[in-house]
Design a protein around this ligand. Structure first.
Ligand code: GLN
Length: 200
């Protein structure tokens, strides 16, 4: 059966994730209201602007239901702003921004800031077979600290940010600092869809 995977559709690059999910063998459905969480096998939190998404989640009444669904084990994948929303601690954010506490990581928002705002690199990612992933970073966060249950899947290979953690997994929650949804390479989404199927 094709898993139904929600894509949080309040803001950000929703269409790209829906297309990437389709190429990875799942049906992506837009989620804008609490009742649209019902029956999902997983959820994607897209790239965009985490502080805006945090505010909109509260406004539409999705923050608490989504937080509860994640706490109850709903598999999730966050890219960039989505990684920030999933984190348990966020540095350099706005004081009123909230996060969903689904992943035991500390992230630094806009971490590549002054050095390199946006860049691309070829990134080997654990769990993604074959060639390295073409990773697109756009005002991206990095992971500053990981809790004991968190697996590091990728680090920046070279340059000023060499060694920084940019992909992690904890159980059925996956997060990347970069945007696998924009390159047409469905392998990271396929890894997530496999996680969704395994947890079903
Ligand atoms: N800098 C953005 C934020 O803080 C994330 C950027 C992105 O998702 N491309 O949410």
């Amino acid at each position: 059966m094709t898993p139904r995977v929600g894509v949080l559709a309040l803001q950000g690059d929703v269409r790209e994730h829906v297309a990437a999910l389709a190429s990875a063998g799942a049906t992506g459905v837009a989620v804008r209201r609490p009742e649209e969480l019902d029956g999902l096998a997983g959820i994607v939190l897209p790239g965009g602007e985490s502080t805006t998404m945090s505010r909109l989640l509260g406004l539409v009444g999705l923050f608490e239901p989504l937080r509860e669904a994640l706490a109850a084990g709903l598999p999730a994948f966050g890219s960039c702003a989505g990684m920030i929303l999933l984190a348990s601690e966020v540095l350099d954010t706005r004081p009123d921004a909230r996060h969903l506490d689904a992943l035991d990581i500390t992230v630094r928002r806009n971490a590549f800031g002054r050095q390199v705002q946006s860049f691309e690199t070829d990134l080997p990612v654990d769990g993604v077979p074959g060639e390295p992933v073409r990773a697109v970073f756009i005002r991206a966060p990095w992971v500053e600290a990981t809790g004991p249950g968190v697996e590091v899947l990728a680090r920046v290979p070279d340059g000023p940010a060499a060694g920084r953690v940019v992909a992690v997994r904890q159980g059925s929650v996956l997060a990347t600092s970069f945007h696998p949804e924009v390159t047409g390479d469905g392998r990271v989404h396929r890894m997530f869809v496999d996680m969704v199927s395994a947890s079903a």
